[in-house]
Design a protein around this ligand. Sequence first.
Ligand SMILES: [Zn+2]
Length: 248
Amino acid sequence: MAWRVARSLLTLRDQFNAKFPGRNKASDGTIGDENHDATSDHSPWYGGIVTAIDITHDPASGVDIDRITDELQASKDARIKYVIANGLIMDTRPQFNPWQWVRYSGSNPHTSHFHLSVVASPLCDDPRQWDLPILGGASTPPPSRPPTKPRFPLPEGHYFGLITGPNESHGGAPESMGGIPNEQYYVRLIQQVLQRLGFAPNYPGWADGIYEQETKDSVAAWQRAHRPNQTTRWGEVWWDDWADLIRP
Ligand SMILES: [Zn+2]
């Protein structure tokens, strides 16, 4: 079957390619294939038109999907149907908390790319430029996200856990020792939220940004209270724990 990609999405991809010529495209996609669910908007079900695109998270090149998807939210562009990134979905349709980020329950949390679906209407072929600050657009930047609610900052397969754990376990190590930027800040944030919720010791200085046994125990206590049916990952903060704990 002949198919093509909605023009609005080709415009967006061209804008990203022009602004970030060296960007990583490893997780890019349009038409469904083994990497992109063929039952979704990645299939040309709307009159032969593919109405979804994935763009790779490549913060080193400036393509930061947290920032981009917040800007898409702020743009209120009428072409948007929904956006998925980092375990959260923002659907614009009236039956789905329109324009609000809520937890995404699909199997792929979308940490290596963001997904944009455009509406199944002639509007999807509206070729106008997307007015996003990151692309040099004129619209005012979105109010910066409250610093206490960043999205899950780790790559797929990684989690916050003991600093003495394997490489995938992020426990506050500095960048020079394999940590991500601001890793200690993120661990402290987890600790502070646990304190606020009453699952962690509350003495001054406890939230030190280093994930040790006491932090692990506190996370496990929170998990027991919130997801008693959980069977694995006790005491570890994965993207779905993060979505519930940090961005509920
Ligand atoms: Zn997708």
